[in-house]
Ligand binder design. Structure first.
Ligand code: ATP
Ligand code: FE
Length: 353
């Protein structure tokens, strides 16, 4: 069984061919990050145009590298939600044309389920397990009980942690920083934070008195922005030109994001334990999504898992951020269980959210 996975939900055009053991036979990934860094954020019509320009090349490259022809594929798996409607539309239209032309099965994929299940491609992780997904558009805690069975315990109330990190990085003009010009906001903050002192910017952890598993980052971003404005005023400099303490701000930001994520995850673990939602033998926390590539955040989560007796599993950074591999893997999992598979002529109704 061979599956071609296609990802275009946001700003990465990805494709990969996998076999049923999870071996990557061929892969290709075009990131639009540099373009969006220049325009100061993702403009959906620009992202759509870039996907349109690269989708054929990316799929062709993945197939060519794998040595697999379209007729040898068992199915094409493509992200259909959630994401930017204009971006998703390119992957979906391409895939439907492709499966009809080559008469192969089509498997619509939920992008967040793919993030959650990526770890199972790398090692055996039995259901149920607790999963924390932290990325550019989401923050959620769920118990994964099956490939399409997730019990949602907590979700984001305003903005996602990756979005917060990207916006703070933009406010600090980190693309102009010599070490960070091509990095995503999250990567830039992680890099600068290494040589910063977080105690100089002790931001308040969000939702300290709200006892659930949801997340909020908008208030934290306001706190950070206010501190930046104050510093700029003190130094009498223009907006976005602060240099003196960007490392400390990055360290304070990263630390507070890590503490918030760790505290909510701790609550979720206790809830799972009280309600018997995880196995008593070898309970597992999986962390995935772009923000999970952050080593500091993973360390903070390790403190919690060690305290509560869980094992923390996190895919390596290249599988945490968006890629075609995780979509193909989700297709393999669905194919194995015979779930959510469409014939080539069936239309897909998708809602982007
Ligand atoms: P979603 O998965 O919610 O649809 P997305 O697909 O845009 O959103 P991902 O590709 O999963 O998001 O992750 C991108 C996000 O991860 C960006 O916001 C980026 O800043 C963040 N990120 C990437 N690397 C790091 C890092 N080392 N530390 C913190 N954040 C990071
Ligand atoms: Fe993603």
């Amino acid at each position: 069984r061979l599956v071609l996975g296609i990802e275009t939900s946001c700003d990465d055009t990805g494709a990969a061919v996998l076999d049923e053991t999870g071996t990557i036979l061929g892969e290709s990934l075009y990131s639009q990050n540099e373009v969006h860094l220049r325009t100061g954020g993702i403009i959906p019509t620009v992202a759509q145009q870039l996907h349109r320009e690269s989708i054929e090349v990316v799929v062709h490259e993945a197939l060519e590298r794998s040595g697999v022809t379209p007729s040898q594929l068992s199915a094409v798996a493509t992200t259909v939600k959630p994401g930017l409607a204009l971006s998703l539309g390119i992957g979906l239209a391409f895939s439907q044309k492709f499966v009809r032309k080559h008469n192969i099965l089509f498997i619509p994929i939920h992008h967040m389920e793919a993030h959650a299940l990526t770890i199972r491609m790398l090692q055996p992780v039995p259901f149920p397990f607790l999963v924390l997904l932290v990325s550019g558009g989401h923050s959620l805690l769920a118990v994964a009980r099956g490939i399409d069975d997730f019990l949602l315990l907590g979700y984001m109330l305003d903005e996602a942690p990756g979005d917060t990190l990207d916006k703070v990085a933009r406010r600090l003009s980190l693309t102009k920083h010599p070490d960070c010009s091509t990095l995503s906001g999250g990567q830039a903050i992680e890099l600068l934070a290494r040589s910063g002192d977080r105690r100089k910017f002790p931001f308040r952890t969000p939702m300290g008195r709200i006892y659930d598993c949801c997340f909020s980052f908008a208030g934290l971003r306001s706190q950070i922005t206010m501190s930046i404005i104050k510093k700029e005023a003190e130094e009498g400099i223009e907006q976005g030109t602060l240099l003196s303490c960007v490392n400390d701000i990055a360290a304070g930001t990263q630390h507070t994001v890590a503490v918030h994520l760790a505290k909510r995850t701790h609550r979720a673990i206790l809830f799972c334990k009280e309600n018997g939602l995880l196995p008593s033998d070898n309970p597992i926390l999986v962390v995935s999504g772009g923000v999970a590539s952050n080593q500091y955040i993973c360390k903070a989560l390790t403190v919690i898992t060690e305290k509560t007796g869980l094992r923390l599993l996190c895919p390596p950074p290249r599988f945490c951020t968006d890629n075609g591999v995780m979509i193909a893997w989700n297709g393999i999992e669905r194919l194995k269980e015979g779930r959510g598979i469409l014939s080539p002529s069936e239309d897909v109704c998708y809602e982007p959210k």
